[in-house]
Ligand binder design. Structure first.
Ligand code: NAP
Length: 309
């Protein structure tokens, strides 16, 4: 039986592993289908403290893993299909096999919502990105027209951030009012470099043939007319989807699926803790996820100590 099973291997998961490993709990990290989490999909990470030159996202996560493994954490590649939190110990089904756990730390993260276009998929990391703070400063976007898709706080924040680099930022939104908070919307719409494109949907990202982004085909949803906006980058900011489906009905979450922590990182089920993007709809940064991973590990360690007293 495992003392601590960590579901997810992003910043939150590996930090929880580091701390529980150093507490001699030999945590088992279930990596999920994307070992290393969302950060491994970005190129250079420039906002993780301690790396003044920036660090490749994949390399950063490899370092997280190595550091935790040095103290006894173990990785198991595989996806959790099912959890039974009514049993003591808890039961998890991982690729058809059962794992028993005294405590669980859920660090399953969140994925970027995609537009669902084939061209978007083909040009991902070739000009299509889901994170302006990660990728906005890359040379290919400097002094070029850029497109942000979305109308929420994230889209406004991404657009504002990109004004530092792009020549102009087209904010393409499917309605004619922003969902973003008033202050964020006003800030974005009053910026000289941000040009809203209302009532519009991106129907294709160009140009798959050239293997790079050269523009977007945009359809006005009121008039049905299509135009092409030339750009060097497309930043999709249409929300996130927390990876919490398997806990539905067992762990308290909000209507969007974000887990609601109680007292620190505890959940409504004693012995189950949560950390990182699957419980964070606001900050969603590598460093905040790592911080929460540390907190969840400390909470799990104290829970085990009290239980075994
Ligand atoms: P969000 O508020 O859910 O907004 C998503 C936006 O994307 C909406 O404008 C939505 O359009 C649009 N959208 C959704 N699916 C789409 C699709 N398939 N095609 C085109 N457009 C689509 O998500 P968010 O902006 O990521 O914000 C999430 C939460 O984090 C919010 O609570 C927000 O306040 C918070 N947040 C706060 C800050 C901050 O305060 N600094 C920064 C970022 C995020 P509709 O409007 O038509 O639905």
């Amino acid at each position: 039986m495992e003392k601590v099973v960590i579901i997810g291997s992003g910043c939150a998961g590996w930090t929880a592993a580091l701390y529980t490993a150093r507490a001699n709990l030999r945590p088992l990290v279930l990596t999920g289908k994307q070992p290393g989490g969302l950060l491994t999909t970005t190129t250079i990470v420039e906002n993780y403290p301690g790396f003044p030159e920036g660090v490749d996202g994949y390399e950063l996560m490899t370092r997280f893993q190595k550091q935790a493994e040095r103290f006894g954490a173990r990785a198991r590649f595989g996806e959790v299909q099912n959890v039974d939190l009514k049993e003591d110990p808890f039961l998890l089904t991982v690729d058809g096999e059962t794992v028993q756990a005294e405590t669980i730390i859920i660090a399953s993260g969140a994925g970027h919502r995609h537009l669902g276009l084939e061209s978007e998929h083909k040009l991902e990391n070739k000009g299509v990105t889901y994170c302006a703070t990660c990728d906005g400063a890359l040379p290919l976007f400097r002094n070029q027209p850029l497109v942000v898709v979305g109308g929420g706080d994230s889209a406004c924040e991404e657009a504002m951030y990109l004004t530092r680099f792009g020549s102009v930022v087209h904010l393409v939104h499917r309605r004619d009012t922003l969902r973003a908070s008033k202050i964020m919307a006003e800030r974005a719409l009053s910026h000289q470099k941000i040009k809203p494109v209302w009532d519009s949907a991106v129907t294709e990202i160009l140009d798959v043939g050239q293997d790079k982004v050269t523009g977007v085909r945009v359809k006005n949803l009121k008039t049905d007319t299509e135009t092409v906006l030339p750009c060097a980058g497309v930043f999709v900011a249409i929300g996130h989807i927390p990876n919490t489906q398997i806990f539905r009905g067992m762990i308290d979450m909000d209507e969007a699926g974000y887990i609601i922590p109680k007292r620190g990182t505890a959940t409504n089920v004693p012995g189950v803790f949560v950390a990182g993007d699957c419980a964070d709809r606001v900050y969603r940064q590598a460093v905040t996820a790592a911080g929460l991973g540390c907190a969840a590990a400390i909470d799990a360690e104290r829970y085990l100590a009290a239980r075994n007293e």
